[in-house]
Design a protein around this ligand. Sequence first.
Ligand SMILES: [Zn+2]
Length: 271
Amino acid sequence: MVQCSCGMAHDIGRRGFLGALMAAAVDAQGAVPVSAGPVDPALIEDLVVANHILYDQGVVDGFGHVSVRHDRDPNRYLMSRSMAPALVTADDILEYDLNSTPIDQRGRAVYLERFIHSEIYKLRPDVRAIVHSHSPSVIPYANTKVPLRPMNHIAGFLGGGVPVFEIRDVAGPASNMLISNAALGHALAIVLGSHAVALMRGHGSVAAAQSLRHVVFRAVYAEVNARISSEALRLGEPTFLNDEEAQAAMKTNDALVDRPWELWRRRAEGK
Ligand SMILES: [Zn+2]
């Protein structure tokens, strides 16, 4: 820690003395935020693993991203720089404030749709991790009037309805479909409300949860549930879980997310 001329002690760990002084000076003017401090290395490792699992499970490809709140400050979150999730390493993880401003960008590109994360974190204090993906099986439910509903117990988190975000309602008829500013992120967060998953018409989906492991579980099984629902709808008129079954199933499953995580991690990391 270093005592600065502004009267505050700053942790200059990875940033260096000059960087810390500059950040403190700019922060005093309210323009650029300072770091919440070093992140628990286990959280960084889980975030890297989450990126790899989501690719291995077919949820993300070259696109899509996963974030987690900083363990020291709920007003900061952690997410990779702009790159394919399968290739993310610990060194690629950046810290952001809740305006999605990177704390120490060091010239690296950031995801255009980072506002999805910050705006949901602002509205949902219960949410500690978020996945945005373009996983293909959910798209038909975003682009038609057919609702996505829980087909089996594993997808109980879909109970209570899966809202659909229509970007035209906010951005008009000629947007590039991306959540590329805070206003669009806020509108998406409003549509998500208290739900676990929201679909984005013509685009993909977002999943929110109380931890990285829970949100990876939800992102994977939202895709699986959409796949088997489409199969069932082709056969006839499926019976879905009702809201009571879905709620009870989610409660049970929420205590079991470590089991698939360990399996998926081994597959994705090859160890
Ligand atoms: Zn997207």
